[in-house]
Design a binder for this molecule. Sequence first.
Ligand SMILES: [Zn+2]
Length: 361
Amino acid sequence: MLPIPLRCLRLAGLLLVAACTVRPVHGDVAAADAAAAAEAGLRAIPKIDVHAHYRTDTPELVSTLADWHVRAVLVTVTGSDRKIDEKWRDHRALQAAHPDRFFLVTTFDPFRFNEPDFVATTIAKLRADIAAGAKGVKVWKDIGMELKDADGQYVQIDNPRFQPIWDFLAEQHIPVMAHIGEPLAAWRPLSDSSPHFWYYSNNPQYHAYSHPEIPSHETIIAARDRWVARNPRLTIVAMHLASLEYDVAEVGKRLDAYPNLYVETAARINDLAMQPSPKVRDFFLRYQNRVMWGTDFGEGSTSRAALDAAFDQQWRYYVRRDTVTLGSARGWHRTVEGLDLPMTVLDKFAHRNAERVLKLR
Ligand SMILES: [Zn+2]
């Protein structure tokens, strides 16, 4: 149940969103009023960002999130620096300072895979992190694309050595948040028509096309699908649209096949915009209990200006019927019709599914 003021705000927001779809007839002043009202409506929707990496407690970050009614799940991830402990410490400090604003998701170091006590120490660490408030456990693309076993073979997420960890998490009712694989664009030549051009230009180590030793997208996704199928009691949130961002129909096939699977949209909204809006809208309607909002925002996007611009762009796309430009003026961008999602669907996507699946209060 939302606190009363938030509920009121939300209702006001809904009315304003509805009002703003009517074309103003009184000239510029009315148009400006309608634009302001529409903006207020987008802000007023209660939101949980299930995929954020903020670490530093800045007044601008927290006040901007509050203005947009965003609570955020701080996801600890191995990352290329592998500094898991420092990230977990920072996330815990941020969450402790703002317990009503942030939630925690922990991870474990997969590069200890070949050590004899890997499974036991990982479970002990996760048990402690869950006791400290972790609502989920993140696994990252290093499993599948980087990690190798003692024989030098790439380790996939369905490797049986991980199984006791999944059994433990299923028993604890703790979901796994799985960023397994990369966008299909990672296995294709660099192209500035792709929303991922900037990322692979700046992170060439993950551009699998230039590293033929990295297993194929198909191999990694097939292993991920087997893992989801073999662990029906484990709740799995496949992050970044399950690394099937190029076609919502592919995401839908997995959601149909695996009742324990959920997805989130972080850093893949531009991939949605590459697909016809009516098709994407149908996907959100059909899987309205299974899709959650995420951003992947972190230390690089904590200024008010950056967050305002990004949240405004994203929520215009989900809420409005008129056209919206996604991307950045200097880089990849595309102007598309908004999804015009019904309020009941928006509400589930924006926060209710996250609250239920990650058991957030
Ligand atoms: Zn992330």
